[in-house]
Design a protein around this ligand. Structure first.
Ligand SMILES: C[S@@+](CC[C@H](N)C(=O)[O-])C[C@H]1O[C@@H](n2cnc3c(N)ncnc32)[C@H](O)[C@@H]1O
Length: 282
């Protein structure tokens, strides 16, 4: 007879198997999975096991040790990443962008060029929020050329971002004055919203693993948003990453990070300018 524990967790999952997966995830993504994340990993990967009709994590690990890794890695990473996000999350960043950063950048020359990177953009709420602020500024600066690069490792999230389609309830955190950039759309009997073309044309969604050796971007950025991404990384990974952000940014560029993140003892090439807002100094 099946006991309660087996019913709740039908797939055997040893600590050694968990650690094997954790090491693989760390090597490929920089995401640290401490031992207390074992239950989370179990629940996020059971769907993968069911897909392959596997009976245990031992089987899944053997598959990853062998030929399976090449094709499975993408699915494993998509399943493991935490994608929590919302429109206008940490609203003070968007206020700062609109009141301080963009006015200065847009007053430089007749046809100013602004390049923004949303690194770890998840389903797109962050880059679309940035785009709504930029589109509003474009009303006063029609000759400005503003582009937003939105990258993430998770291909499912990028697909959602590219679709530009969200649920009505996602709209709640979008300030009323930006609702003019949303189009209502009825699909599958359920009402949803679609982002207006002016926003969609401003954003390019690309897959990018922040840990990969070469970043394909040629130009430098005026503004980087990397919020609630490095909390999953260790200090060593953070040090390398923020140094690379500084290299990929123009002099005096801006960096926004998440509410529980800090550059203290991590990177001294930025100076703290406001709550989780940094300016490049070297
Ligand atoms: C919690 S979400 C943050 C989304 C958004 N920046 C925000 O603050 O609302 C973290 C995102 O980082 C992405 N991520 C994690 N590791 C990554 C890596 N090595 N390269 C690129 N993206 C990564 C995840 O896929 C996830 O979508």
């Amino acid at each position: 007879m099946m006991n309660q524990a087996t019913r709740d967790k039908p797939f055997a999952f040893s600590v050694e198997e968990f650690r094997f997966i954790a090491q693989l995830v760390y090597r490929e993504t920089g995401i640290v999975l401490a031992d207390h994340k074992k239950d989370m990993v179990y629940s996020r990967l059971t769907r993968r096991l069911r897909e392959y009709r596997m009976g245990s994590f031992a089987e899944y690990c053997n598959f990853l040790r062998g030929d399976g890794l090449k094709d499975e890695l993408l699915h494993l990473v998509n399943a493991i990443t935490t994608n929590l996000t919302s429109f206008f999350r940490e609203g003070h960043h968007f206020e700062h962008l609109e009141k301080e950063v963009l006015p200065a950048l847009l007053s430089a020359g007749a046809a100013p060029r602004v390049r923004i990177w949303s690194a770890g953009c998840s389903q797109g709420s962050e880059p679309y929020s940035i785009a709504m602020v930029c589109a509003t500024m474009l009303e006063k600066h029609p000759r400005a050329d503003i582009k937003i690069l939105a990258t993430d490792i998770d291909t499912n999230m990028l697909a959602r971002g590219r679709s530009g389609e969200y649920r009505n309830e996602d709209m709640k955190s979008i300030p009323q004055r930006f609702h003019k950039f949303l189009q209502t759309k009825r699909r599958e009997g359920e009402q949803g919203i679609t982002m207006a073309p002016i926003l969609r044309n401003m954003i390019t969604f690309n897959q990018l693993n922040l840990l990969q050796e070469h970043w394909p971007m040629k130009g430098q950025f005026d503004i980087i948003f990397c919020r609630n991404v490095v909390i999953y990384f260790d200090k060593e990974t953070q040090k390398v990453l923020f140094d690379r952000y500084a290299n990929q940014s123009k002099a005096g560029a801006w960096l926004y990070i998440g509410h529980s993140e800090s550059l203290f003892n991590v990177c001294d090439r930025y100076k703290l300018h406001g709550k989780t807002i940094y300016k490049k100094v070297s």
